[in-house]
Design a protein. Structure first.
Length: 126
């Protein structure tokens, strides 16, 4: 089937489209006789209102983000202080737990170091 065989069908469809297109009337604005048209001033006020609302929303969002940034900074500072305190406590604990410091604390409490070991025989006790 060649393209030339379809030529009459194409020509007929073009003719139908042209007839239908001539019948359609497109309107970009409402008819002033049947509808009301907004004034230029009203439309301008509407645009200014939308713009103002958008700017206020943007201002609120930026303010909330800035507030959250300050809170985050404060929390980071508190976390750093707590980390430093924890490290200081761990260093003090390590110093207090050293064998020399434990021996000195035991002597201060009145404990006596034994030179030889003694074992308890619990099999004798009934």
């Amino acid at each position: 089937m060649a393209i030339f065989d379809l030529a009459p069908a194409i020509e007929i469809s073009r003719k139908i489209v042209r007839e239908k297109t001539n019948q359609v009337v497109l309107r970009l604005v409402p008819d002033t006789k049947t509808g009301q048209v907004a004034a230029d001033r009203t439309f301008g006020m509407f645009l200014v209102g939308i713009f103002t609302i958008g700017l206020l929303a943007l201002l609120v969002i930026n303010t909330a983000l800035a507030e959250d940034a300050f809170v985050l900074q404060d929390l980071k500072q508190q976390a750093q202080v707590l980390t430093d305190e924890r490290e200081a406590i761990l260093r003090e604990l390590a110093a207090q737990s050293s064998p020399d410091k434990l021996a000195q604390s035991a002597i201060d409490l009145g404990m006596v170091a034994l030179n030889k070991m003694h074992f308890l025989d619990l099999s004798v006790v009934k």
